[in-house]
Design a binder for this molecule. Structure first.
Ligand SMILES: Nc1ncnc2c1ncn2[C@@H]1O[C@H](COP(=O)(O)OP(=O)(O)OP(=O)(O)O)[C@@H](O)[C@H]1O
Length: 756
C-alpha cells in the first residue's frame, strides 16, 4: 500500500475518482478519515486514515509513543481530534444515539484501571452492572473467564494479584458483556506465550462466532499474524493497512517485524527524497516561475499528490484480510449516500440530566461504598479528623492567657524578701500590696524588683510582659486623692498613680493585661470602700454596664471563632475527600474506563455526592456535638438549623472539591489548589477577624464568598439564638446554597467540555 508501488499519476487518479461516502464509512466498525491530533505543537496523528471492517481483528502496531493509545482514545470518544472524522459502529463517537461511548464497546486501557481493594468477582460485577448485565448473568460469565484466563479464585483481591494477572482481570472486564467492538490496548503484555496463544484463539473465535470486531495494540508484532488486518503506524500515519499474509508476501519477508522495518526505512528514504526534490523544485521554480515562489504551495501540491493515506481504506469492504491486491479496486456503492452526515447535536441541560441511568447509578454507588468499606482505616481517619480538629481548636484557641508575669517596683514597702503584706480592714496603709493582691487573683504573676532599671531590663529581656511602679507615698497620696477630690494637690495626684510600661508587641496579651490591671483596681477600690463603709459605686467611673443583650458578660474569642472554624473544618475536609476520591478514580484509570462504558460525568458526580454525603453528615454531627456538648461553645439556637447549615457547608465543600478535581490533573495540584484557597477563605470570610475591620474593597468581596454569610448566620444562631426567619440567618443559607449550585454547574460543565 506504500506510495512507491503505485505510479504517481495512478495515485492521483485514484484520489480523484474515489469519492468516499458517509454510507460506506458507516458500514465499517471503525472508520477514521484524515485524522489530525496535536498535543501543543507536537503532531501525533497526521492526516491518518484507518478502516476496520466489521468482524475483523485489527492489529494496531507501531513503536512506543507513536500515538496508538491516542488514536484509540479518539475512537472511544474520550479525546477529540483537531480535525478529521471518526465513525464507530455507524455513528460518530459521542453523538446522539451512536451508543459510543457505551456498552457496545469493551475497552481495556493500557493501565490496569481496576480497584486493588476489590476482588475479581466484585470487579466483574461492577463492570457487568455498568454495562447493564444482571448479577446472575455476570456470575455465569465469571467462571468461564476465570478458567479461560487462568485466574486465581474469584474472591482474590486484585491488589494481591501479579501484574500479569491484573492485566488479565482488566481484559476480562472488557469482555464480560460481549461487546460488538473490543478495543484492547496491549492485552497480552506480561502474559506467557501459551496463554497469549489462548487469548488470540479466543479473540478469533469471538470474531467468527459472534461477529465481534477487535482492535488490538501490541508490542509483540508477530502475534498479529492471526489478525485479519494490521495497521503499521509510524510518524502519525499508517505505513500500511493490510492483511498480515499479504504484507509478508508483498515484501517478501518471513516475519512482520521485518516488514515493519522495511516499510520504516522506505518511509525515511521517501521523506529524504521528498525534501531534496522539494528543495530542487522550489529553487528551480523560484528562478523561472514567479507564481511558485511560495514554497508552501509547492509543498502542498506535492503533499497532496503523494497522499497515500488520502482516502485509502474506503475500498476495504468486509474482510481486509482477504484482499489479494493493492487497493486499486474501485470503491463500492460510491454514489449511494442515503444517510446524511451527523449534525452537531445542540447541547441541552434537559438532555444532559436525562442521561442518568439506574444501572449506572447502582454500580457507581455500590463501587464507592465498597471502596469506603475496604478502606476502613482511611475512612476512620477521615471521619475522626474533623473531631480531632475541633477538639484541638477548643482546647487551644480563645481562652484568656494565664500566668503572665509582671514586674513590680514597690517603693512603698520593702519587698526585697518577696513580701508585700496586706493589712486587713479599713487601714490606709500598704495599698500597693492590697492592689497587687487583686491583680494576682486575675491569675497573673507579680515579681518584685528593687529598681525601675532592673524591672525595665526584665521587660527588655522578655522575662516579664510589663513593669509597674508604686511611689513611696502611694497609700497616703491615694487617700488624699480620694478624700480631697478636686482639692488634692499635684504631688498627691502624681504619687497616687501607678506607673506602668507594657510590652505591647503582642496585642492580645497587652489588651488582656490592660483590662486586668483596670479590673484589679476597680475590685481593690470597691473592697476598700466597703471595708470603710463607703458606697463602692462612688469609687468607680460613672459608667455602668448592665447585663449584655446577647453573649456572656466577658466575651471570649472561642465563641467568636467557633462558628467559622466549624464551617471551615467541614468545608475543607469535604474538598479533600471529594477531590481525592475523584482524582484517585481518574488517575487509576477507572474514570476513563467508566466513561467509555457510557457512564456520564453527571452520574459519577451524583454517585460521589450520595456516598460522600453519608460521610460528611457523620462528620458534621460529630463536629457540632463535640463543640456544643463537650466544649460547651455558647449556643442559644436550635440544633436543627445548626446541623442543616453545617451540612450545607459540607455539600458546598464537596462541590468545590469536584471543581478542584476537574481543573487539576494530579493529587499534588489539587492539594496546591485546596491549600492555596484555604488561607484566603479563612482571612476573607470573617472567621478570625470581623469583616468590618477589612479594607472596604475586600469587605465587598468577602460578602460574596461562600463562608462569610454562612459564618455570620451560624454565629447569629449560636450566640443570639436567632431562627431562620431572621435575615442574618437565612442569608447564610441562601448564600451557601447558591454556591453549591455554582460549583455543581461548573463541575458538570467542566466534565462535559474538558476532553483531551
Ligand atoms: N496528554 C498528553 N499531553 C501531551 N502529550 C501526550 C499526551 N498523551 C500522550 N502524549 C504524547 O503523545 C505521544 C503518543 O502517545 P501514545 O500514548 O498515544 O503512544 P503509544 O503509541 O500508545 O505508546 P505506547 O506503545 O508506549 O503505549 C507520546 O509522545 C506521548 O508522550
Amino acid at each position: 500500500m506504500m506510495g512507491e508501488s503505485i505510479p504517481m499519476p495512478a495515485r492521483k487518479r485514484q484520489l480523484v475518482t474515489q469519492q468516499s461516502t458517509v454510507w460506506s464509512r458507516r458500514q465499517h466498525a471503525v472508520c477514521v478519515r484524515r485524522a489530525c491530533k496535536r498535543y501543543g505543537t507536537t503532531v501525533i496523528l497526521d492526516n491518518l486514515n484507518m478502516t476496520v471492517p466489521k468482524g475483523t481483528i485489527y492489529g494496531l502496531l507501531g513503536a512506543s509513543g507513536c500515538g496508538k493509545t491516542t488514536l484509540l482514545s479518539c475512537i472511544v470518544g474520550r479525546r477529540r481530534l483537531n480535525s478529521g472524522e471518526i465513525w464507530v459502529l455507524g455513528g460518530k463517537p459521542g453523538s446522539k444515539g451512536s451508543g459510543v461511548p457505551g456498552p457496545r464497546i469493551g475497552y481495556m486501557p493500557q493501565e490496569i484501571a481496576l480497584y486493588g481493594e476489590f476482588t475479581i468477582k466484585e470487579t466483574m460485577i461492577y463492570f457487568g452492572w455498568v454495562n447493564g448485565m444482571t448479577t446472575k448473568q455476570v456470575v455465569e460469565k465469571i467462571d468461564f473467564l476465570i478458567q479461560f484466563l487462568k485466574l486465581p479464585g474469584p474472591n482474590r483481591l486484585v491488589k494481591a494479584l501479579s501484574g500479569g494477572q491484573q492485566r488479565r482481570v482488566s481484559f476480562a472486564a472488557a469482555l464480560i458483556h460481549d461487546p460488538e467492538l473490543l478495543i484492547l490496548d496491549e492485552p497480552t503484555a506480561g502474559v506467557d506465550p501459551v496463554l497469549r496463544q489462548n487469548i488470540w484463539d479466543h479473540l478469533v473465535s469471538l470474531t467468527t462466532e459472534n461477529g465481534t470486531t477487535i482492535i488490538i495494540t501490541t508490542h509483540y508484532i508477530d502475534e498479529t499474524r492471526q489478525a485479519g488486518l494490521i495497521g503499521l503506524m509510524r510518524g502519525g500515519r499508517f505505513l500500511a493497512e493490510e492483511s498480515p499474509a499479504f504484507l509478508l508476501q508483498k515484501h517478501n519477508c518471513d516475519n512482520l517485524e521485518d516488514v515493519f522495518l522495511k516499510l520504516s526505512l522506505l518511509q525515511n528514504r521517501f521523506k529524504r527524497r521528498r525534501s531534496s526534490i522539494l528543495l530542487e523544485v522550489t529553487q528551480a521554480a523560484a528562478a523561472t516561475m514567479p507564481e511558485l515562489n511560495d514554497g508552501g504551495t509547492v509543498n502542498q501540491a506535492f503533499d497532496n499528490s503523494s497522499e497515500i493515506s488520502g482516502e485509502f481504506g474506503d475500498s476495504i469492504t468486509s474482510m481486509g484480510s482477504r484482499r489479494k491486491s493493492i487497493p486499486v479496486i474501485p470503491p463500492i456503492q460510491e454514489t449511494v449516500d442515503p444517510l446524511p452526515p451527523d449534525e452537531e447535536v445542540p447541547w441541552t441541560w434537559k438532555e444532559f440530566f436525562s442521561v442518568i441511568t439506574p444501572h449506572h447509578m447502582k454500580a457507581l454507588v455500590w463501587k464507592n461504598a465498597l471502596w469506603m468499606l475496604r478502606n476502613v482505616p482511611i475512612m476512620l481517619f477521615i471521619i475522626g479528623l474533623p473531631v480531632a480538629q475541633i477538639v484541638l481548636f477548643c482546647l487551644s484557641i480563645g481562652k484568656d492567657p494565664v500566668g503572665l508575669k509582671l514586674a513590680a517596683v514597690n517603693l512603698e514597702v520593702n519587698t526585697s524578701l518577696g513580701n508585700c503584706p496586706v493589712i486587713d480592714g479599713c487601714v490606709y496603709e500598704n495599698f500597693s500590696c492590697r492592689y497587687l493582691n487583686h491583680l494576682r487573683k486575675r491569675t497573673h504573676i507579680v515579681d518584685f524588683y528593687d529598681s525601675s532599671r532592673e524591672a525595665e531590663l526584665a521587660v527588655l529581656k522578655g522575662t516579664v510582659w510589663g513593669m509597674m511602679e508604686f511611689s513611696p507615698a502611694f497609700s497616703s497620696a491615694l487617700q488624699s486623692r480620694i478624700e480631697l477630690g478636686r482639692s488634692a494637690n499635684d504631688s498627691d495626684i502624681l504619687d497616687s498613680e501607678i506607673n506602668i510600661r507594657l510590652d505591647m508587641s503582642n496585642q492580645h496579651i497587652a489588651y488582656l493585661l490592660i483590662r486586668d490591671i483596670n479590673i484589679a483596681f476597680e475590685t481593690f477600690a470597691e473592697e476598700l470602700a466597703s471595708l470603710c463603709e463607703v458606697n463602692p459605686k462612688a469609687t468607680t467611673i460613672p459608667v455602668h454596664f448592665e447585663n449584655p443583650v446577647f453573649g456572656p458578660v466577658t466575651p471570649n474569642f472561642t465563641d467568636f471563632a467557633a462558628p467559622g472554624v466549624m464551617l471551615t473544618i467541614i468545608f475543607f475536609l469535604a474538598v479533600a475527600l471529594t477531590s481525592g476520591a475523584m482524582l484517585i478514580e481518574r488517575n487509576e484509570g477507572m474514570l476513563e474506563r467508566g466513561l467509555v462504558s457510557g457512564i456520564t460525568g453527571v452520574e459519577i458526580l451524583l454517585a460521589h455526592v450520595i456516598t460522600q454525603f453519608v460521610v460528611m453528615v457523620g462528620q458534621s454531627i460529630m463536629v457540632v456535638m463535640f463543640a456544643l456538648f463537650v466544649f460547651n461553645i455558647t449556643n442559644k439556637g436550635e440544633i436543627i438549623w445548626i446541623l442543616l447549615l453545617v451540612i450545607l457547608d459540607g455539600m458546598c465543600g464537596m462541590t468545590f472539591g469536584f471543581v478542584v478535581s476537574c481543573v487539576t490533573d494530579s493529587e499534588r495540584n489539587a492539594t496546591y489548589l485546596a491549600m492555596g484557597s484555604f488561607l484566603p477563605f479563612v482571612v476573607l470570610c470573617g472567621i478570625i477577624w470581623p469583616v468590618q475591620g477589612m479594607h472596604s474593597i475586600l469587605r465587598s468581596i468577602s460578602y460574596i464568598l461562600p463562608l462569610t454569610l454562612s459564618t455570620e448566620s451560624l454565629r447569629s444562631i449560636l450566640a443570639k439564638g436567632w431562627s431562620i426567619t431572621r435575615p442574618a440567618v437565612y442569608l447564610g443559607f441562601i448564600s451557601i446554597s447558591l454556591w453549591i449550585a455554582v460549583f455543581l454547574t461548573a463541575s458538570v460543565l467542566l466534565i462535559k467540555f474538558k476532553k483531551g
